[in-house]
Design a protein around this ligand. Structure first.
Ligand code: NAP
Length: 255
């Protein structure tokens, strides 16, 4: 069974590894090609956009894909929507891995906002030294804020206009709590801005901010299309896919 695995996340790399080890499954991982030096999942990989819903539909049909696993980032809403539409058009099954979002605990000072523009307005109202850990997309929403100083952390440099008072820090996680705490201290950070990405890989900054009583502006996830089949862990995807493949393999051939 040929499976398209929409990736760009640590979970997708793990899935490429575990699913490729299953007999009878052939995995093609897909990366958007945004990051200059991506961590490669191993196995078959294709890179770059498909050309919208129509392009993806053609690609799925042309490559004899029987199942799509969407393991993209929770904020990659366009890719998820395109995949949902293309698979529905072709009558193909699609499974989405939706890792749980973060929840505030005792001591957290979180300010939840619906989008990046609200994050810019709320963070500028909350402090004058702001750490942005939102990736390079979305930084443009902060460009018009001339008073605060921003430390902008991203894997690759943002392409959008940046706020006038900033320093760019190019770095790729995961980071430890101790390293995050040191970063907050060194730059005298007063507010942290993050997306509600969820997962362990980038959660250390939240612990460090809590320990220091620093407020966190946290951008809510974009909504996903209704009716998707979703699970929340790599293990659950593995189980779902192997059971699906076994059930399909045991089904009598159609007349
Ligand atoms: P997006 O806004 O949902 O997608 C925009 C377009 O990029 C899609 O329409 C598609 O182009 C292409 N694309 C996205 N993911 C793709 C994939 N896995 N394979 C092939 N094409 C893909 O996506 P995004 O938020 O820019 O994220 C891009 C990639 O980075 C995703 O793979 C995601 O998992 C990863 N990532 C995103 C974030 C984040 O915060 N957004 C964080 C970490 C990793 P076409 O329409 O031409 O097909």
């Amino acid at each position: 069974m040929r499976i398209l695995l929409l990736g760009g996340t640590g979970e997708a790399r793990e899935l490429a590894h575990v699913l490729s080890g299953e007999r009878g499954l052939e995995i093609v991982s897909s990366l958007a090609g945004r990051v200059a030096d991506p961590v490669n999942p191993g196995g078959q990989v294709r890179v770059g956009g498909f050309g919208g819903v129509d392009g993806l539909r053609d690609w799925l049909a042309g490559n004899r894909i029987e199942l799509v696993v969407d393991a993209t980032h929770p904020f990659a809403a366009t890719m998820t929507e395109h995949a949902a539409r293309a698979t529905a058009d072709l009558g193909l099954p699609m499974l989405r891995l939706n890792r749980p979002g973060w929840t505030a605990g005792p001591g957290d000072r979180w300010l939840r906002v619906p989008d990046m523009n609200s994050a810019a307005a709320v963070s500028a109202d909350t402090g004058s030294r702001i750490l942005l850990t939102i990736g390079r997309q979305g930084v443009g929403a902060f460009a018009g804020y001339t008073k605060p100083w921003f430390l902008i952390r991203a894997i690759d440099p943002p392409e959008s206009t940046l706020p006038p008072r900033h320093e760019l820090l190019l770095a790729r996680g995961p980071f430890t709590v101790a390293a995050e705490a040191e970063l907050l201290d060194r730059h005298r950070i007063e507010v942290l801005v993050t997306k509600d990405s969820g997962g362990d890989a980038t959660a250390a900054k939240l612990v460090a901010a809590r320990d220091k009583g620093i407020p966190v502006v946290i951008v809510d996830r974009p909504s996903a299309p209704a009716g998707l089949v979703e699970v929340s862990s790599v293990t659950a995807v593995h189980t779902w896919v192997t059971e699906y493949a076994a059930a399909k393999g045991n089904r009598p051939a159609e007349a």
